[in-house]
Design a protein around this ligand. Sequence first.
Ligand code: ATP
Ligand code: MG
Length: 716
Amino acid sequence: SDSSSDPLLDGLNVPQREAVLATEGPVLMLAGAGTGKTAALTARLAHIIRSRLAWPSEILCVTFTNKAAREMKERVGHLVGPAVEGMPWLGTFHAIAAKMLRRHAELAGLQSNYTIIDTDDQLRVLKQLIQAEGLDEKRWPPRQLAQCIDRWKNKGLRPEDLDALENESFANGQGQKFYRLYQDRLKTLNACDFGDLLLHVVTILRSYPEVLEQYRARFKYIMVDEYQDTNQIQYLWLRLLAQPRHNICVVGDDDQSIYSWRGAEVANILKFEKDFPGAKIIKLEQNYRSTPDILAAASGLIDANSQRLGKTLWTERNGGDKVRVIGVWDAPEEARRVGEEIERLEREGASLNQAAILVRAQFQTREFEDRFIAIGMGYKIIGGFRFYERAEIRDALAYLRLISQPSDDLAFERIYNTPKRGLGDKTLEKLHRHARVRGVPLSLAAVEIADTDELPARARNTLVDFMRGVARWRDLAKIAAPAELVRTLLDESGYTAALQAEKTAESAGRLENLTELARAMEEYETLGDFLEHVSLVMDNEAADDAEKVTIMTMHGAKGLEFDNVFLPGWEEGVFPSQRALDEGGLASLEEERRLAYVAITRARRRCTILHAANRRIYGQWTSSIPSRFIADLPDAHIEQESTLSGGASLWRAQWSERDDPFAHVARDNSARAATRGPGWQRAAASAYDPTPRRLPEATRSAASFAAKPRGDIALG
Ligand code: ATP
Ligand code: MG
């Protein structure tokens, strides 16, 4: 066939084309970062639709983020036109599972308008259960139970599936009991948590062969991006659906497996050939994303891992800057420095949209936020700072949830006295008792109890008023747009008035957020649609199109790319994280190193790594040493500088070989730092910060910094 004049195939190399055209039978694309795996998968999707091998609705395509799903859909749209309309089964595991469960909720003992609860609600439920069973919640924290339950769900284990060992992992052999209690409670609430989505679906598919057959017949093609990070339940689900056709194409990179803490099993990609005999294996080796130095630095780093398949990467590109490694005094200086670098790039014509700061831990973002606000640089935080997790937003959402679903007891509890109506814990206790006796949700109990004399008159009247409001808003929800509904209920419930009465800077901000919420709701036709969106949305992508620097975690950045990437906090204890160090095992360190590899390979043109000599963690100043991952970077491809004089000897002194098996790394870091790059002394003049700080005595005396303030730094 004449594929050379085909816009769909034109932009692809030979192995990519092979992957696109190999539509029948299992295909595995196992290749390094930036080699065009996602691009090939997208072209394959377009090819299948265009060739009419299947309707868009007959293709199951799993992406790692909602954003990736949108982008894929958009690209396919460019290639095949309006045929792309209606790709209902393109999305994340969560989104697709939620949709399936919606259709068959009753088979899982739920109603189709079930609520998806988040971690916060989950913890509240678990706490209540632990208390009700008379357990000491300090000894057996709800969070620990939540982790166990998530782990079980990721493994596809229901309460009845737990073995003795798993059962032991909470409260001396009560794991199973609590897991069961929790699942029962969720059912009464007509709710499920994130882990339930796929677990329920897999249970349904296994128990109802006719449902399974229906989906098997439907999905002519299955495609999965980032397959190296699938967990057991996702794997089971895909395996069920892929029979008997085996038209499944997965792509991934074992070096980018970074979610084992969430139950991901890199083994899934490594055993694909076994699971699907005769699978076509396609390797991609040409990297199209990064400059040679970035690619070489990343490759050199990941080479230090022992547990990997190993692969070759090359690029046709040439030129570009080396990876920069910058040592600074502390976190504020780190943020200042990054701000300056981005401003410099901006002056050279770079777009803020093409700059990203990728952090290891959430706590690192605040410093950058503060700095960017101070210098008026647009930024967006993706993933971590969640708009929908703010208190006032959660309150408003609780109202909306209660309106949408009367049995949502958690929502009821959150708002029955918010804003303050004078309904205390006593009232709630009585409501709970009534609800239990009658077997009804709290909101119904609140209506019924008004006909009794169980409550004092004042509380009763208040409650009646409140429930009348809820009934009215529920009626309004049927006819009004969601945005109008939320505005009305915030006014009528007194929520807005209570905030206005506070008259603080904080309350003003909260009011703005609520306005923003209503604005967000304008995009939705029904309340149900909106609530579904909220429960699925993991990231708050900015709506307006002003240019913005992206701040997000390295984990969240998987699959993305930016011209300019900044990687702050490369210090022992931050990255690799303290937890990885405490666990101490090779596996956790290698996972951190894979994360470093993911982070560096996000960069197209420039990659800048930073490490601070001092960091305040939980209010305590600690002096830190550069990350061992910096030592892993091959000399020839990096350029190191520091704004500290004396830093090298400081680090050397603090790092005692006897106490730490990795001392040689730090020594090596220090030695390199001292010999490499433009020199510590000269660079020291570039970022002097006169702000007084309290530092540990030893740090203060050991560190000498050049006393030459720079004029153009905003002080204070
Ligand atoms: P990751 O492992 O990070 O997910 P990936 O393998 O999925 O990376 P893509 O994101 O698909 O890689 O592609 C990386 C970059 O290379 C993108 O900008 C893409 O447009 C470009 N690209 C992919 N294939 C080609 C090609 N054949 N020719 C030119 N550019 C390409
Ligand atoms: Mg990709």
